[in-house]
Design a binder for this molecule. Structure first.
Ligand SMILES: CC(C)(COP(=O)(O)OP(=O)(O)OC[C@H]1O[C@@H](n2cnc3c(N)ncnc32)[C@H](O)[C@@H]1OP(=O)(O)O)[C@@H](O)C(=O)NCCC(=O)NCCS
Length: 165
């Protein structure tokens, strides 16, 4: 029941965050292709991601139109943010902040103590978003991306929400 509550969030009358289903793949794929033209996930990868039992994916919608998506891989006590994106026309309106908060609250409800994520070192908007949400930089991985780009590893500590038993 906790999981059901965490995966269905209605923020305004027309904005929702709901679990991603296989029939959402084409709409998500279109946003992915626009935002990540050089290292987009293939349709096959989306199917694999949705099929993995420890993965949780959601889409953000406005008036039923998919405007963004996010995903979490949970292997308690850790979770990894697999992806997170808001379509270009919808950016800068606060949706990213709400979607990230949804990931954090869902993660806590799964009993996670540490959330990890990777972000390109030149992705200033995403880095600012993560830092404002309480993620701290742990390390960097040079040449992590296919084009040689560096990844920064961030972590959020939620031990207070889920103390060690
Ligand atoms: C990163 C991303 C998800 C942010 O979503 P968004 O809806 O535009 O973000 P919001 O409007 O909710 O802004 C939230 C915070 O992000 C940061 N931010 C957003 N756009 C920014 C910009 N252009 N420059 C600097 N910081 C920015 C700010 O800290 C902002 O908080 P503030 O408004 O209180 O200053 C979105 O830009 C995106 O999808 N980018 C492409 C995909 C991507 O890079 N995903 C992350 C991969 S790790």
């Amino acid at each position: 029941m906790i999981q059901a509550a965490a995966t269905q969030q209605v923020l305004e009358s027309q904005f929702t965050i709901r679990p991603m289903r296989w029939w959402d793949i084409p709409a998500v794929d279109a946003i992915e292709g626009d935002l990540f033209p050089h290292d987009r996930w293939s349709t096959d990868q989306w199917w694999r991601e949705l099929a993995a039992p420890h993965n949780h994916y959601w889409v953000a919608t406005v008036n039923a139109e998919i405007i963004g998506y996010c995903g979490l891989s949970v292997q308690t006590p850790d979770a990894d943010v697999q992806t997170m994106a808001i379509g270009t026309p919808w950016q800068g309106r606060g949706h990213g902040k709400v979607v990230l908060n949804h990931l954090i609250e869902s993660s806590k409800s799964f009993g996670v103590r540490f959330i990890f994520l990777e972000v390109r070192d030149d992705n200033a908007p995403a880095i600012a978003l993560y830092e404002h949400a309480g993620f701290t930089r742990m390390s960097s991985r040079p040449a992590y991306y296919p084009d040689g780009g560096t990844a920064l590893i961030f972590r959020r500590d939620d031990r207070e929400a889920n103390p060690e038993q």
